[in-house]
Design a protein around this ligand. Structure first.
Ligand SMILES: Cc1ncc(COP(=O)(O)O)c(C=O)c1O
Length: 429
């Protein structure tokens, strides 16, 4: 068959790829701010021991425990790579277009890849509760699912602006046994302070991160689990890119352009990092494009040390940032509304290896492109993933103008079955 490429369940990667040793410049270490207690020293109270070890590991390959590979198989990995033959025909482009199908996920997105690994380690380390943030709701659902399978309880702080329009996702998280709070919430000091200033505060990922961290910091039975930004999260996500590499080899295709949306960087990193490693080692020449929103174009921000959360509980990370108190208007692709880009991707951006495009706050162009994708390929992208589809289509249309037969590969990080209201509101049907 010409349009689907897959590997067998036994070929689910056995190791994650860690790009740190291959980076063109060393990755700057987390730092403490000038004032207050040491955030760096407090990290073991907040994050899982195994994840912290992985965060700073200099090993190129890190074993995926057999128990995690089994969970990956249970969650439907490996996920196929498709050639978008109908889309190519519709666009009339000479480009060859492929997409990875992270939408085939029990909860709807790539986020399960790290959720399963983190829940697995949490059980090994004797925890019973995990706390976390969520923006689009995809990460909160993924962690709720992983916790329910592992016999753990999750406490989810969900950006209020999204919590209020995704009733199905809220019900799903509760069905999986999680406690879910609209953030800012009355559960934490940070949340109560913001609610006192504005009872209708729309929230942000940075605020939700602070609330999840505060709960973990104050209760020794709770450990925090992050869905993006940090190295260990992107490391767990490299199964996406490693599978894609095998599948492209089976398709006898070499990517010229790789595209994915970027909020904090977990799906972009997981998809692109194994290929970025090849570029760093001089083994490939690929253009990488991160699709973002102009409400949160963090890759166009400053490259400097900044906190990863609103209340400054995290250490300072060197990253492209808009500032941890930046206000960002709500959009339907709300998972892209985060102030900073993963430090490891920031190093690669700084080295000139990652391009970016920021789409307008009015999401009509992006969602019209998603409509073209769904009408030709049949899969409904999550609003965030619509940015990947839009960018891939825009690149394919550039090829149509120039006549170049480029190979464009993109990642559909999730499905939009629970986000239809967003499409309806923007497209007006
Ligand atoms: C489906 C989906 N894709 C992408 C993102 C953006 O996050 P990240 O950049 O960590 O992949 C999110 C965030 O919630 C998401 O739900």
């Amino acid at each position: 068959m010409e349009n689907q490429f897959n590997i067998s369940v036994d070929d689910i990667p056995k190791k994650w790829y860690n790009i740190l040793p291959d980076l063109p410049e060393p990755m700057p270490k987390p730092m403490d701010p000038e004032e207050g207690p040491s955030r760096v020293q407090n990290l073991p109270n907040l994050l899982l021991g195994e994840c912290l070890k992985q965060e700073f590991s200099e090993d190129t390959w890190i074993d995926i425990p057999e128990g995690v590979r089994e969970l990956f198989a249970k969650a439907g990995r490996p996920r196929p790579l498709f050639r978008a033959t109908r889309l190519e025909e519709y666009l009339g482009t000479p480009a060859k277009i492929y997409y990875k199908s992270e939408f085939y996920s029990p909860t709807g997105s790539h986020k399960v890849n790290t959720a399963l690994a983190q829940a697995y380690y949490a059980v090994k380390e004797g925890y019973e509760h995990l706390s976390t943030e969520t923006g689009a709701g995809q990460w909160g659902t993924a962690l709720s699912y992983a916790c329910s399978i592992a016999g753990l309880k999750a406490k989810v702080f969900w950006v209020r602006a999204v919590h209020s329009w995704k009733a199905d996702r809220l019900a799903f998280m509760r069905m999986l046994g999680s406690e879910v709070y609209a953030s800012p919430s009355d559960q934490t000091e940070c949340g109560r302070k913001l609610l006192a200033e504005d009872p209708n505060h729309p929230g942000s990922l940075g605020i939700a991160v602070s609330e999840g961290l505060e709960v973990a910091d104050k209760d020794p039975n709770v450990i925090y689990s992050l869905g993006s930004v940090l190295n260990h999260v992107l490391l767990h996500q490299t199964v996406i890119g490693l599978e894609t590499m095998e599948q492209l080899a089976a398709a006898e295709a070499e990517p010229d352009i790789m595209v994915s949306c970027l909020g904090g960087g977990s799906n972009f990193g997981g998809f692109a990092i194994p290929f970025l490693g090849k570029v760093c080692r001089g083994e490939a020449d690929i253009k990488f494009i991160a699709a973002q929103s102009e409400v949160a174009p963090n890759l166009q921000g400053e490259y400097r040390y900044d906190h990863a959360d609103h209340a400054e509980i995290t250490p300072m990370l060197k990253m492209y940032t808009l500032g941890h108190h930046a206000s960002m208007d709500p959009i339907k692709g709300d998972g892209l509304r985060y102030h900073g880009c993963a430090p490891v991707l920031s190093v690669l951006r700084h080295a000139g290896l990652i391009d970016t495009v920021a789409y307008p706050k009015d999401e009509r162009h992006v969602f019209e492109r998603a409509k073209i994708f769904v009408q030709n390929e049949g899969f409904l992208p999550a609003p965030e993933s619509a940015y990947s589809a839009a960018c891939a289509i825009d690149e394919a249309l550039k090829c149509k103008k120039t006549g170049e037969e480029k190979t464009i590969v993109f990642n559909i990080s999730g499905h939009g079955f629970m986000d239809m209201n967003g499409y309806q509101e923007v497209l007006g049907f």
